[in-house]
Design a protein around this ligand. Structure first.
Ligand code: MD3
Ligand code: FE
Length: 209
């Protein structure tokens, strides 16, 4: 389960019913108030992954309350039920009830991958907090590449993330480089609520007021 200090993988953590509920919630957020989109990068590129945010809006490379790079709307609130889900995730991954109780995520990035989408190696450094990131995967399996804190290249470890898997990244793993080099089209069970593609929800603590 522990890939590196603070990086814990819990395969099959979500039931199919929980996966379907999360998919339904994400479908709602994907419609608005800020529609899901391929994020535009400051240097002119666009990401192959599609992203919608709740709580705070992430635009490269800052968090804002309103989606000034999309339609100017304020993003949906981060729901209390998702705070509870994040707390259970941290408590169960770390087998530490106090760590779960002390965790209060205030934002989530919801990424959708079609069969061609990829995410290059990067660090998540926009948060002003070193609290863990909670990742939930639904739909097609992907190859997740977990690297080191110094370079975007080797050494890294590739692990498959399947539907229902939980991954928590805290402690020394919080600022490691990571990415998604491949999605396996058709690998998911449609009973998760997604007919194709991969959904990833990452909860975070922004540390912003
Ligand atoms: C390790 N998402 O949204 S989830 C991202 O599957 C992101 O969509 C990927 O990387 C995805 O920024 C990977 C796993 C993950 C997320 C955040 C991390 C691993 C992390 C932050 C720090 C260290
Ligand atoms: Fe990331």
């Amino acid at each position: 389960r522990q890939l590196a200090p603070g990086a814990v993988h819990v395969p099959g953590w979500l039931t199919l019913a929980q996966q379907r509920e999360l998919v339904a919630a994400c479908r709602g957020w994907a419609r608005g108030p800020v529609p899901i989109r391929h994020t535009r990068l400051p240097r002119g590129g666009t990401m192959s992954v599609q992203t919608v945010c709740i709580g705070w809006h992430w635009q490269p490379y800052a968090y804002t309350r309103t989606a000034d790079d999309v339609n100017g709307a304020r993003v949906a609130a981060f729901p209390e039920w998702m705070v509870g889900l994040g707390r259970r995730a941290v408590a169960e991954a770390y087998e530490d009830a106090a760590a779960g109780d002390g965790y209060t995520p205030d934002t989530a990035l919801i990424n959708f991958y079609d069969g061609q989408a990829r995410l290059g190696m990067h660090q998540d450094k926009e948060e002003r907090s070193d609290a863990p990131v909670v990742s939930l995967s639904i739909g097609d399996t992907c190859v997740f590449r977990f690297g080191n804190t110094r370079t975007r290249t080797k050494p890294y470890t590739d692990v498959e993330l399947a539907s229902g898997d939980l991954f928590v990244f805290g402690g020394p793993s919080r600022f490691a480089y990571h990415g998604v080099p491949k999605v396996r089209p058709g690998s998911g069970d449609p009973a998760c609520g997604l007919a194709g593609g991969r959904l990833n929800i990452t909860m975070r603590v922004t540390g912003l007021g």
